[in-house]
Design a protein around this ligand. Structure first.
Ligand code: SF4
Length: 209
């Protein structure tokens, strides 16, 4: 059986969980069509994670990056969203090069817990308490998306607001399983702190991946 340490560090193969053409449900690009590439592997361990199936990279097939790129190009999408798991566990330079060479915009959803690789048109940073991001990726983030599970998370959101650039868009997103309990507090918070916007996971309401 393949072990995580056997996965190539040159990024020419990646553990692929799934790839699909759908609608971005969260954050700044919410509502836009995109090709999604979900890469396996994550050791951040968020207790409310809705992608646990992606955590163990070795249960997902290693697929050549050139094939992953070709599938994205064949989709007809204008942009590819690379997500996980935590995709920055792997070298994403070849993946981005291939996608960009084919004319796709490259977007990433990351906790920022690992060193950044790849060339990105849009970085959505969602910092996690278990493995906080470094300062470099905070400064490069186009979008800060903080998951709010309870009222303590507002303080966490403000901490990272101070670390991102001035142009970075700010989103608070209710943790899905706590939605009913926490949404009134988020609405109230945004009324008082209008630099933040609310991000809802609209793909879940549409019952699409
Ligand atoms: Fe899940 Fe993302 Fe947290 Fe990893 S970083 S445990 S994939 S929510």
């Amino acid at each position: 059986m393949v072990k995580a340490q056997d996965i190539r560090s040159d990024g020419l193969e990646l553990p692929l969980v799934e790839e699909f053409f759908s609608i971005q449900g969260e954050g700044y690009h919410s509502g836009e069509a995109a090709w999604f590439i979900r890469i396996g592997g994550c050791d951040v361990g968020c207790n409310w994670c809705d992608s646990r199936f992606s955590w163990d990279p070795v249960v997902h097939p290693l697929v050549t990056t050139s094939d992953i790129v070709q599938h994205a190009l064949n989709s007809g999408a204008r942009s590819a969203v690379v997500t996980g798991g935590e995709p920055l566990m792997w070298n994403l330079d070849p993946l981005c090069e291939g996608l960009k060479k084919g004319g796709l915009k490259t977007f990433i959803e990351t906790s920022g817990s690992y060193r950044i690789s790849g060339r990105w048109d849009w970085i959505c940073l969602s910092p996690k308490v278990n493995m906080p991001p470094g300062k470099d990726i905070c400064l490069r983030a186009d979008e800060l998306k903080v998951i709010i599970e309870n009222s303590d998370d507002f303080e966490w959101a403000e901490k990272y607001r101070l670390l991102v650039g001035e142009e970075c868009r700010l989103y608070l997103q209710p943790e899905w399983s706590s939605f009913s309990a926490i949404i009134p507090a988020i609405v109230e918070y945004v009324r008082k702190n209008p630099d933040w916007k609310i991000s809802l996971q609209i793909h879940k309401y549409m019952h699409i991946p």
